[in-house]
Ligand binder design. Structure first.
Ligand code: PLP
Length: 383
């Protein structure tokens, strides 16, 4: 394989995180692995297969193209749920392949019913409720109408679940909003049941809700960021650490992003390094070039700010991050040589570069940085 950097994904770290997360749930609560955004940058195919071997058999994706990629690599015993976008043509494919999907508008419900009748196979749907986020979701009036449509065509629909999503469970600032959402959700579910609908799976919780609001777990939880070893917010992390007797972070990062030293150069004192004049050598410096740049997701905003690891030492980025190359100062690091391993994210020796520190520097959240790791960097599974 040819590549200038690669991403290692750790199987044991994932198994560890899943065990920790499942331990937060009552027995019988189902665990759905959220793998939208190319599995938060980890790679849908690689991560999906790995999670399956770790005992996960329910996956939530955003769109039909993600569901398709996942379905190609997973056995039929895995359940795939589309939480977001699916167009009318994709509905036929989803119904045919037992792919479940959210219904958040009457229009989608009608289209799904039509497709199901034509295929003579029920559409496996989750009614997604508007409870206060005001993004997508059926409001109360639509919901009553939805129940009538479903009850009129019992062969066209299988109502697998009823869902909603919280508008900010990661911060106690939103506490009243989250609690009101849960209350509205329960009222709507009761209404559906009174109308005669049977609902198997009630689900509302994302990672933050799993940790902060146990009452939201219900029949299934949809966990994204935490299975990858990241906390949804510093607040959720601190809260957990406050109630835990163990002093160490219970989550482990799966990702190590690695490259190697491509060129070494001695730069005399007083010279500028890279494009422009943003960095001037104040002494003679040894500069290593790394074949990774913003085209690979290493943000330009880390120019003169970011760090990488070489020979278990931190090496600061000097100058502007280029499209395909960045330069680091290795003056003080003994024995640096061509082809030395460079860690852009993750561990080397006792040092590590976390996405969080990376993100603080470039003022981005973990979620955003991870999902911007490009598709075409190879993902390699390690233990
Ligand atoms: C992304 C997402 C989740 C998972 O969120 P995390 O914070 O990553 O756990 C759950 N449900 C829905 C609808 C989502 O879009």
């Amino acid at each position: 394989m040819f590549y200038s950097s690669y991403i290692e994904i750790s199987r044991s770290a994932l198994a560890h995180n899943i065990a920790f997360l499942k331990a937060q749930l009552k027995p019988g609560v189902r665990f759905s692995s959220v793998i939208k955004g190319n599995a938060y940058g980890h790679g849908i195919e690689e991560f999906g297969q790995l999670a399956y071997t770790c005992g996960v058999d329910h996956f939530s994706v955003f769109s039909a193209d993600e569901a398709y990629r996942l379905q190609q690599v997973l056995p039929h015993t895995a359940t795939i749920l589309i939480m977001g976008y699916i167009d009318d043509e994709e509905l036929n494919w989803a119904i045919t392949h037992n792919i479940e999907f959210y219904v958040f508008s009457l229009d989608r419900l009608e289209q799904a019913g039509k497709a199901a009748r034509a295929l003579q196979k029920p559409a496996r749907i989750h009614l997604d409720l508007e409870t206060g986020m005001n993004r997508i979701g059926l409001n109360t009036d639509d919901l009553e109408r939805a129940a009538e449509i479903i009850l009129k065509q019992p062969d066209a629909f299988e109502v697998v679940g009823v869902s909603t999503h919280y508008a900010g469970a990661e911060s106690s600032e939103n506490d009243d909003r989250v609690k009101a959402q849960l209350q509205r959700y329960h009222m709507a579910v009761r209404m559906l049941q009174q109308k005669g609908l049977t609902i198997r799976t009630l689900h509302t919780a994302c990672s933050a809700a799993v940790m902060a609001y146990p009452e939201t777990h219900l029949d299934m939880v949809r966990v994204g960021i935490m299975q990858y070893g990241f906390w949804p917010s510093p607040e959720i992390y601190q809260r957990y650490m406050g109630i835990s007797t163990d002093r160490s972070d219970p989550l482990r990062r799966l990702i190590n992003w690695k490259s190697q030293v491509m060129s070494l150069k001695v730069v005399p004192s007083g010279e500028f390094i890279g494009y422009g004049k943003s960095f001037q050598a104040s002494t003679e410096m040894l500069i290593a070039a790394i074949p990774v740049g913003y085209a690979w997701g290493f943000s330009r905003s880390l120019s003169n700010q970011g760090q990488v690891l070489i020979r278990s030492h931190r090496a600061p980025v000097v100058g502007i991050v280029n499209m395909n190359v960045l330069m680091v100062d290795v003056t003080g690091i003994p024995d640096v040589s061509l082809k030395d391993e460079v860690v852009l994210l993750g561990k080397q020796g006792s040092e590590h570069i976390t996405v969080a520190s990376f993100a603080e520097l470039s003022t981005q959240l973990n979620y955003e940085l991870l999902t911007r790791l490009p598709l075409n960097i190879p993902r390699i599974i390690i233990d």
